[in-house]
Design a protein around this ligand. Structure first.
Ligand code: PLP
Length: 413
């Protein structure tokens, strides 16, 4: 942790280097020295082909290349261009299970912007924001940037099932200390575990919230669906959404949707926050406050990816083409996940419950020491507080099959 010379820390702990990028750079250095075949870089949060190259959907690139200058150069309205705002409702919520609520979409720079704006508008300065103990570290960074902090509940109970009891206890504890609570649940294809809440898990979450929330104690449930289109059947993965229809006015669901993974537009920084409000007034207020926050942080968002999404959703054949191209890569990713799971079972390596997604995790003591041991063999993973994260999105199926045995050996040393 570097001491600051001139800058103000404002309650933040700012490391000298981002952990994930630091380890990834070490892997790149070793590749330069020893060659590609000697190194497994399972640190990257993007979908790569078996040769380590970034997968970019060619059907999306074609649309991007054919945009007219105004379609990318003109400022977009703060909340997004109108065609994008309606198209993203269909992209995020799907057709079969789109809930009957007052839905409003506000454009954001990726899912990250949605997380930032939800915390800033639905929690107060000094509040704790709740998420699971296995979580994407930038939640902490985003919260600390705006004077909040993260608190966690244990995601799994002793049987390895979703810990509904622990979740409700924590909600109750936090609502005793503050009048509003933002909860972030990243599902399906959770980063870092690959877990997906079942619809029964969702029922428990929502009934707990109904018991704990009240007119004085408001809850915002932010569903981070950054990986949803790589979790399995694109419609069925959204079958939990209608459960939100039953919620009372004092619980506000917000969906953080991103074009980064779904459309492989990571660097174009596009996504949206979508409220599923009980009343028109709450939805209109959502639009007003979130646009205000956007204006005061990044102003408007990049127009090109908004135009791309609008064009894809306006043309059924084009949409089918993009969906089928993505499906091919999703199947590749799912096959890698199964290979990893199977090899882990064969090697007697315990993993955190995994369904699908870019990552799998291995619970262990001393994750930093084990990660360093593996680096000596050219294997790069991310050590987290409670274990090791393996990016199956960035290595081949063959490597997914080989990794568990090596990890097990490093743990046994
Ligand atoms: N949420 C999770 C859990 C993620 O892992 C990511 C990206 O890695 C995001 C949200 C948001 O990504 P972006 O801002 O690129 O959409």
């Amino acid at each position: 942790m570097g001491d600051l010379i001139f800058a103000q820390s404002n309650g933040r702990k700012i490391p000298l280097e981002d952990k994930i990028f630091g380890i990834s750079n070490k892997a790149k250095k070793m590749i330069a020295e020893r060659g590609k075949d000697a190194v497994v870089n399972a640190t990257i949060g993007a979908l790569l082909d078996d040769n380590g190259n970034l997968i970019v959907l060619s059907s999306v690139v074609d649309v991007l290349k054919n945009l007219s200058p105004t379609e990318f150069a003109e400022y977009a309205p703060i909340g997004g261009i109108p065609e994008f705002r309606s198209a993203i409702l269909e992209a995020a919520l799907g057709k079969k299970y789109a809930p009957k609520c007052f839905a409003e979409a506000v454009a954001t720079p990726g899912g990250t912007g949605s997380i930032r704006n939800t915390i800033s508008n639905y929690s107060a300065v000094g509040d704790k924001v709740l998420t699971s103990d296995w979580y994407w570290a930038p939640y902490g960074t985003i919260a600390s940037e705006i004077g909040r902090s993260i608190d966690t509940f244990s995601l799994f109970d002793e049987k390895g099932a979703f810990n509904a009891v622990g979740f409700e206890e924590k909600v109750k504890e936090l609502l005793a200390a503050q009048n509003q609570l933002v909860i972030i649940l990243n599902t399906p294809a959770h980063n870092p575990t690959g877990y997906a809440l079942t619809n029964a898990d969702w029922e428990s979450v929502l009934s707990a919230l109904c018991r704990q929330a009240s007119t004085e104690k408001k809850v915002t449930i932010l569903v981070d669906v950054a990986y949803i289109d790589f979790a399995g059947d694109e419609e069925e993965c959204r079958s939990f959404l209608p459960l939100f229809e039953k919620l009372p006015e004092n619980i506000l669901p917000v969906v953080a949707y991103s074009l980064s993974k779904t459309f492989t537009l990571y660097g174009m920084r596009c996504g949206a926050m979508i409220c599923l409000a009980k009343t028109k007034e709450i939805a209109e207020e959502f639009k007003r406050v979130c646009e205000y926050s956007s204006r005061g942080s990044w102003s408007n968002c990049c127009r090109a990816p908004q135009s791309v999404l609008a064009k894809i959703h306006a043309d059924e054949r084009l949409l089918a083409k993009v969906d089928s191209e993505r499906e091919q890569y999703r199947n590749m990713l799912l096959a890698r996940g199964h290979a990893f799971e199977q090899a882990a079972a064969e090697a007697g390596l315990k993993t955190v419950p995994f369904d699908a997604g870019f990552f799998a995790s291995i619970p262990c003591d001393n994750p930093d020491a084990i990660a360093e041991r593996l680096q000596e063999e050219g294997i790069f993973l991310i050590p987290l507080a409670k274990g090791l994260r393996v990016s199956i999105a960035s290595v081949s199926e063959e490597k997914c099959r080989m990794l568990p045995k090596k990890i097990r050996a490093a743990m046994d040393k």
